[in-house]
Every structure is written in C-alpha cells, then in structure tokens.
Write a protein that binds this ligand. Structure first.
Ligand code: GDP
Ligand code: IMO
Ligand code: MG
Length: 427
C-alpha cells in the first residue's frame, strides 16, 4: 500500500488532528513533514482531549510509529515537554523517530520572530511567535542548526557563532535589544541533546524501506493550503509548504509513492492571524460560528476569524494539491441555520471570477458571490451514515462536493473519533 497525504484545504484548523487520529489505528507510520509547534491539533479520544503541537497525531495510536520528518522545524524544549506531558498521561512515546536533518528552532529565532512582528506594527503577519519564519529563513540562508549538529559540540558552536554574528547586529542595532551570548545558546541546546538522541534516525531510509515492505505511511500536514509559502495568500502565510508537494521534500519520499491526497475541509471557513479572507463575517453569524464551533486557537488562544464556506478556495486546494478526496469536518456546527450562504465565486472590480486570482491585490478586493442553501434544524451528531443526515444536510454536502472538485469521502459530525460518517474508505 503506497503513501497517503492528509492536509488542510483552507487556512488551518480544519480538523487534521482528528482525521489523522481516525486513520492512526490503520496505518503503520504517521509523519509530520513541515511546520513546527505553530500547529495545534486537537484529538479527542473517549473522554480524553489532547492538544498536539509538534508531535504527529499518530502518537496516540499504539500500533503506529510517529515520525518527525526533515522538513519540520523543532523547538527542543517544546518537543521534550510535549513528550513528558503525554508520558504523564500514560501515552507511550518510545517509538518516535526524528530526522537528523530537521532544523532546530533556536532561542534567538523565537526572539527574532517576536521582535520582528512588533517592529512591523500594523503590517504584522500575526504569527504564532514560535520562531517558525526565522528558522526556515536560516535554513534557506544555510545558517540553520540541524538536529544532527547537537551531537558535535565544535560544529554546533561554529554554527551558532556564525548565525549570531549577524543576528546580534540586528538585535542590538535595529531592534535595540540585548545581544545573545553564543555559549548560552550552545549550552542550552547541548542540554537537550542526550534526551533527544534515542529518537534520532535516518527517517528517509526507514520510510522508503517501509513502503518497499507495503507498510502504510500517512503524511500529516500542519497549517493549510492557503497558508503555504508558495501557494497561499503571501505574505500572510507560514514559512513552509503544507501543500502536497511538501510531503515529498519534507520526508524524502518521492511523489510516485503517494496514491491518495486527502484535503481536510471545514464546512465553513476560519482563519487565525492577519490576511485576506473574502467570506469573513463581522456579524452575529460569525459570532455564532465561533461559539458553536469552539473556534479559539489551540496554540495561541486567539479567537479565530469565522466566515461561510468558500468554494473558490476549495477548488483551488483540489488543484494545487491534486486532491483525491475531501474529509468534510464540523458539519454539525451548521445545524440551526434557516439558510446557509456558500461562496461560489468572487466579484472583483465588477467582474465575476470563478477561480482564485493569482494577483494579491485582486484577492484583497474579492467580494463573495453567495448562493443560499436551505439549512436544517436537527442535531446531527449521532448520524452514522449519510442517509441518517437530514435531506438538507445531505444536499449541502452534495453541493459542496460538486463545487469543490473532489469526492467528499468522510464527514465529521463531532470532535470524537466515532463522530464520523465514512462514505468511501480511505484505506
Ligand atoms: P487542526 O489544526 O486541523 O488539527 O484543527 P484544530 O484541532 O486546531 O481545530 C479543530 C477543532 O475542531 C478541534 O477542537 C477538534 O476537536 C474539533 N473538531 C474536529 N472535527 C470536528 C467535527 O466534525 N465536529 C466538531 N464539532 N468538532 C470537530
Ligand atoms: P494548524 O496545524 C491556523 C498562521 C498564524 C499566522 C501565520 C504565520 O493547527 O492548522 P507562523 O507562526 O506559522 O509563522 O504564523 O500562519 N498559522 C496557523 N493558523 N492553524 C495553524 O496550524 C497555523 N499555524 C500558523 O496564525 O497567521
Ligand atoms: Mg489547529
């Protein structure tokens, strides 16, 4: 069985954690391929709720090997505290594998993320402040620190020195902050090294060998398509590639081995942080979606911006990811509306536009063109099959499927593992 990718089709927080956990019991490996602890993936198992930031959601499935691929950026202190938090709750984390090529989020990267945002003022991105952007910038600038560097003190020191030579100039002269001492950073990083060592492995080799042996490998995306550094709403994006291609570069597994790409799609839309959002609501409907959907960030505790479903975005996600399926989540949140607006196209400067405009200025001007679908009043959280859903809910799903360009193979009707209607099996 080849590999599958599961990724966010909108601006993140679509319910990737739940979807990954659902599949976790049937796959051999769950692999994070990009991002870091900017992610917040909530998984509800029975009466237990877990908030995972860096670790793959597969860590909660006993038979599954969780992997942090080379494309991920790792804050070692977060890694260790997340692991010990899970251990305290009785979760076995001993099978975790971490790529030696993954980059380390250093303390100066976290500092730079925060001061840069403050410096940008009104123009800020609204990052999670976890050091993600500066760490990926260091990687591309070839001044990054990798996991494997933790095991060679002399190389680590040289690399931290080289990085801080420049960054201390920026911190002190541009941002008026104190310089960061090389030995302090090196000491802190070396302090984590031994605890992380048992997990470090050649994950590229292991994953490719697993696929040779017909094992099932699931790639779990962080963030979402519209937050992609190449394909998202730049510059209001994260600094990695959550889109399907990122699964290849972020793990060292070739595209020919991936047979299925599942887009996780919320039945409405949310976004955290700054940037354009055509269907955003500023009225009581937005407030109701936030309240009923519990739309508050798992990572930063910020309220999520809420709006109606945007089919233009869903179609775009189908295209740039080559989606084979959608997993539609949070349909239950929409129970109770008389009619539900769905954005089918945009109006930009008087023109009707069916596809996502490549021009940033056009997208900033895009006004949603709505179609109104009849709502339903029933509680649908107990629905087990498609036919258990009220007719109008069925029609809503069918309409979204038609507009979005890929089959909806599963529907979430609640946060729990079993609150899912499976239409086509994923495996
Ligand atoms: P992720 O970042 O994509 O993993 O999503 P988050 O965990 O940040 O946000 C999704 C939220 O919705 C979490 O609180 C989930 O427990 C919850 N959730 C996921 N699927 C469903 C669903 O179908 N219905 C409801 N009501 N909640 C869901
Ligand atoms: P999950 O995996 C939603 C957003 C931030 C900000 C932008 C850049 O839970 O879906 P960053 O710290 O990455 O440099 O911030 O990206 N962002 C997310 N929004 N869900 C996420 O992750 C996000 N990770 C980053 O709010 O707008
Ligand atoms: Mg999230």
């Amino acid at each position: 069985m080849p590999a599958l990718v599961l990724l966010g089709a909108q601006w993140g927080d679509e319910g990737k954690g739940k979807a990954t956990d659902l599949l976790g019991g049937s796959v051999d490996y769950v692999v994070r391929y990009q991002g870091g602890n900017n992610a917040g993936h909530t998984v509800v198992v029975g009466d237990q709720k877990y908030a995972l930031h860096l670790l793959p959601s597969g860590i909660l499935s006993p038979g599954c090997i969780p992997v942090i691929g080379n494309g991920v950026v790792i804050d070692p202190s977060v890694l260790l505290s997340e692991l010990s938090g899970l251990n305290e709750r009785g979760v076995d984390t001993s099978k975790l594998l971490i790529s030696g090529n993954a980059h380390i989020i250093t303390p100066y990267n976290v500092t730079l993320d925060k001061v840069t945002e403050r410096f940008l003022g009104k123009r800020k991105i609204g990052t999670t402040g976890r050091g993600i952007g500066p760490t990926y910038a260091d990687k591309i600038n070839r001044v990054g620190i990798r996991v494997q560097d933790l095991y060679d003190e002399s190389i680590l020191t040289q690399k931290v020195e080289a990085a801080l030579d420049v960054k201390n100039q920026i911190l002190t002269k541009l941002y008026n902050r104190r310089a960061i001492a090389v030995n302090q950073v090196v000491e802190e990083l070396l302090g984590y090294a031994e605890q992380i060592k048992p997990y470090v492995a050649d994950t590229v080799l292991i994953l490719n060998q697993a696929l040779d042996e017909d094992k099932v490998v699931l790639f779990e995306g962080g963030q979402g398509t519209l937050l992609d550094i190449d394909h998202g709403t730049y510059p209001f994006v994260t600094s990695s590639n959550p889109t399907a291609g990122g699964a290849c570069t972020g793990t060292g597994v070739g595209p020919t081995r991936i047979s299925r790409v599942i887009g996780i799609l919320k039945a409405y839309t949310t976004r955290v942080g700054a940037g354009p959002f055509p269907t955003e609501l500023f009225d009581e409907d937005g407030e109701a979606l936030r309240r009923i959907g519990g739309e508050r960030g798992v990572t930063t505790g910020r309220d999520r911006r809420c709006g109606w479903f945007d089919a233009v975005i869903a179609r775009y996600a189908t295209r740039v990811n080559g989606l084979t399926d959608f997993f539609l989540t949070k349909l239950d949140v929409l129970s109770g509306w008389e009619r539900i607006p769905v954005c089918v196209a945009y109006e930009i400067d008087g023109w009707r536009v069916e596809e996502l405009p490549y021009s940033q200025s056009d997208f900033h001007h895009a006004k949603p063109v709505y179609e109104y679908l009849p709502g339903w009043q029933e509680d649908i959280t107990k629905a087990k099959t498609f036919s258990d859903l009220p007719k109008n809910a069925q029609n809503y799903v069918k309409a979204l499927e038609e507009m979005s360009g890929a089959p909806i193979s599963a529907i979430g009707v609640g946060p729990g593992r079993d609150e899912t209607i499976q239409i086509n099996p994923f495996l």
